[in-house]
Structures are given as structure tokens and as C-alpha cells.
Design a protein around this ligand. Sequence first.
Ligand code: AMP
Length: 288
Amino acid sequence: MAALSRFLRATATAARGMSTVAPESSVIYPAGLAAGPNMGSSVTLVETRDLGERNVQWVFLGCPGVGKGTYASRLSQLLGVPHIATGDLVREELSSSGPLAQQLAAIVNQGKLVSDEIVIDLLSKRLENGAAKGESGFILDGFPRTIRQAEILEGVTDLDLVLNLKLREDVLIEKCLGRRICSQCGGNFNVASISVKGENGMPGIYMAPLLPPSHCTSKLITRSDDTEEVVKERLRIYNEMSKPVEEFYTSRGKLQEFDLPGGISESWPKLLEALNIEDSDHKQSAAA
Ligand code: AMP
């Protein structure tokens, strides 16, 4: 994997009063750090545009619970690029003893978005650390989530692909409520057994549970934002703030939609086919 040969820091300044910024009802700005939408704040993100030889630079979009983490993680292993989930970066920060921890926990537990400035700061640090270790390329999961984040990313990076994973909303809620994490190894599992009949021309969906190995069973925890009330709020905010990001990339010819047909065993081969990727022999081979 080619290392990042050059690594610049760029500053993107948000325009005052942009119509694309999040309304304050949906984005909470922790005291002291940020900057509401009309404050002309400044955020930074690493520049990865002129890197010459490089690996894939992909973004995964999709509602909470759709499986972005599952498929981004599998593809990252296959393609040898880091899977960077901004939700994981936020959770790491809120479980630390840092000054932001309490405020971030309150925001995440209400299902709201944290400010663009904070997310971009966390992402910049993650990209810089990765570059220092020789990482190249990325699959971003959960970023961008606002038009402003998309514009800032566009200012510093050429994306190859934006993949939009899709699943019906009733299934998304069931999946979020069934999600479990092993508190020891960090493995992601799902105890929900989903079987939804087809209706109104939509096909039925069957998803088997993804059960943990026996040594994880007693250590399973539930994400604090995976309650029904918070999941519904996260879906509402996705529709309000992140749906426009899908349109942003559609207008640039970058968006590829993928309707998940079922669980991992059914969806994974179809996803690889849609992306024109071969998984023969567990070797990376991407014709994309
Ligand atoms: P996720 O694991 O992707 O569901 O993210 C968990 C939470 O982290 C979200 O509900 C937000 O509060 C926060 N978060 C993650 N990514 C972003 C982002 N790109 N912009 C704003 N908030 C984010």
C-alpha cells in the first residue's frame, strides 16, 4: 500500500449564513468550542487531493443501522485501506476523560449531530495519525453527514465513489434495537431475527441474527443511543440533514445506490458484484 507521500493541512472557512448549514435544532454546539452556523467559523481537514499514487477514497452513506460499519469494515480489509467511522471517533472521545466527553455524551445520547468543527477536528487527527503510520486511502463511514461537511471534504479530496446503502425504515429500527457490542473485543453483533413480508411491490427481507461466539456472550452491551426513541430521532435527523448529502453527490455523478437484499450472506456477494470487486482467494482485486 502506497504511503501518503505528501500531507498538507488546508483550511476551509465556512461562509457566513450558508443556507446549507444545519439548523440549530439538529446540531448541538458544545459550549466554548464551536461555533453556530452563522459565525463564520474555521475548520480544518487534511488535504489529500494531490497525492499521486493512492488507494481508494470512498464514502459510505446510509441511515443509522443500515450496515455501513459492517460492509465498510469488510471492504477495508479486502482493499487494504483504513475504515474510518466518525461515530467511533466520537465514541472514543466521549469515553475519554477529555474536556469534551460529557457534552459529547449528552449530544450522542439525544441522537443529535455534533458540530461540524468537532467532527472534522477528530477526523483530521485520525487521518494525520494514519498518514504518519503510512496509511493510504480510506473508506469513510458516517461522514459527511451535513452539506457543510460534504463541501469541506470536496475542497480537500477527490472521492472515487460514494456508496449509499439502503434498507426500509422498519427494518432499520429493528436492526438498531438488536445491535450488541462485545465490551471486551469490540466485535459487533445483532440478536434481531428479521423477517419482513414484501408489500407494495417491495420485496420481503430476511436477516438472520449475527450471534457472538460463546466467549463474548456474557460481555455484550447495547449502545446508549440504540433505544427506540433515540433511533427514531437519529432517523429524523438523517432525513433532515443527511439526505441532502445524497443529492449533493448525485449531482456530481458520484453516488452509487445499493439496496440491501437481506443479511450479510446474501448482501455481501451482491455488493462486491455491484462494485466490480473480486474476493477470490481472499486477495484484494478491485477493478473499480
Ligand atoms: P454513528 O456511530 O455513525 O451512528 O454515530 C454516532 C453519533 O456520533 C451520531 O449520532 C452523532 O451524534 C455523532 N456523529 C458521528 N458522525 C458524525 C458526523 N459526521 N457529524 C456529526 N455528528 C456525527
